[in-house]
Write a protein that binds this ligand. Structure first.
Ligand code: SF4
Length: 286
C-alpha cells in the first residue's frame, strides 16, 4: 500500500497503476493521485479546490504567511538533511540562505503582506525563529533519521485515488517510528489545535506503518512560533487506530464529492482573507 519514490527508502508495494481511481483523478485534475493539500483545500472551500485543481487557475496573489512558512520549512529541513547525510550542521547564515530561497519564485508585487508586516520584519523574525530552533532540543534527533521531505504514496481507501505527499521528517528509535510535520504558528498550540491538525499525519503514518512493521507509530508536530520570543514546541501523540479510521472515512467522502462535481463557495473570514481567487470567486455564477 505504499510506494517510496524518493531515495528508494520505501519499497513500492502498490504501483499507482493498480488503483483504478487514479485514472479518474488524472482525468479530472491532471494528476493520478490526491494530496493532503488538495483534500484540505476542498474541505476549506470546494470552489477554491475547483479553481486550483480542476481549472488550474493561477492565483491572483500569494500570502506572505505562506511564503514565510515555506522558507522556515526549507531551512529546518536543510538542518535535518545534514544530519541524515552526516554533513556538518548548517549555521544560522546557511539556514537564512535556505529561508530566503522561498521568496525568489514570487513576484514581490503579488505577495499580500499583513498590515504590520514588511519583508524586512519577516526576515528578522525568521532569524529569531531559526536561532531559537538551533538552540532547542528539537535540533537534535532521538534515534535515526530515515528521511527528510520523503515522498510517500499509497492507496488509503478502495475506490479513492492514492494519497501522495512528502513527510517532513521520518525518524525511528529501537521501538518507535515517528512521523514529524513542521509548522509555523502565530502562537503556542492548544491541545485542541494539536487534535484538530492531526489528520494529515495520521494518514501519512498509516502509509508509513509498512516501513517498520511491529514498531509503535507516533506522530509529532514541531511548531516554531512567530511570537516576539519564538518558542519551539514538540507535540507527540501515539497513533490512535480509531482516529485513523474516522479520517479515512472523511477522505472517502471528500473524494466522492469531487468525483460528483460538488463545488460551491464556502466563504469565511479565515479562508477568504488569504485566498488567491477572490476575483474569480466574485465572477463565479455557478
Ligand atoms: S474567496 Fe472565499 S469563498 Fe471564494 S473561492 Fe476563495 S475561499 Fe472560497
Amino acid at each position: 500500500m505504499i510506494a517510496g519514490v524518493g531515495e528508494a527508502l520505501l519499497p513500492v508495494l502498490t504501483p499507482a497503476s493498480t488503483n483504478p481511481a487514479n485514472e479518474i483523478a488524472k482525468r479530472l485534475t491532471g494528476r493520478d493521485y490526491m494530496s493532503w493539500s488538495a483534500l484540505s483545500t476542498f474541505r476549506t472551500c470546494p470552489l477554491k479546490y475547483k479553481f486550483r485543481y480542476i481549472d488550474g487557475l493561477p492565483e491572483e496573489s500569494v500570502s506572505s504567511a505562506l511564503v514565510f512558512g515555506t522558507g522556515i520549512h526549507t531551512a529546518v529541513e536543510q538542518h535535518y538533511q545534514a544530519i541524515l547525510s552526516g554533513d556538518p550542521k548548517p549555521d544560522l547564515d546557511a539556514l537564512m540562505f535556505a529561508y530566503r530561497s522561498a521568496w525568489l519564485p514570487h513576484d514581490p508585487d503579488a505577495i499580500q503582506f499583513g498590515s504590520t508586516e514588511t519583508r524586512a520584519s519577516l526576515d528578522a523574525l525568521a532569524a529569531r525563529m531559526l536561532t531559537a530552533f538551533l538552540a532547542s532540543p528539537a535540533a537534535s534527533v532521538q534515534g535515526r533519521v530515515l528521511g527528510v521531505e520523503e515522498e510517500i504514496r499509497g492507496m488509503l481507501v478502495e475506490g479513492v485515488p492514492d494519497l501522495y505527499g512528502r513527510v517532513d521528517l521520518l525518524t525511528e528509535d529501537s521501538d518507535t517510528l515517528v512521523v514529524t510535520d513542521i509548522k509555523t504558528s502565530r502562537g503556542k498550540w492548544s491541545q485542541e489545535q494539536v487534535e484538530d491538525s492531526g489528520e494529515q499525519l495520521l494518514l501519512y503514518s498509516h502509509l508509513a506503518s509498512e516501513i517498520s512493521p511491529g514498531k509503535k507509530l507516533t506522530t509529532r508536530f514541531l511548531v516554531l512560533t512567530k511570537t516576539k520570543e519564538p518558542q519551539i514546541e514538540e507535540h507527540v501523540r501515539e497513533v490512535n487506530p480509531v482516529a485513523v479510521k474516522r479520517t479515512l472515512a472523511g477522505v472517502e467522502r471528500v473524494w466522492r464529492a469531487i468525483e460528483s462535481g460538488v463545488f460551491y463557495p464556502a466563504p469565511s473570514v479565515m479562508a477568504c482573507s488569504g485566498c488567491g481567487y477572490r476575483e474569480a470567486c466574485r465572477a463565479w455564477m455557478g
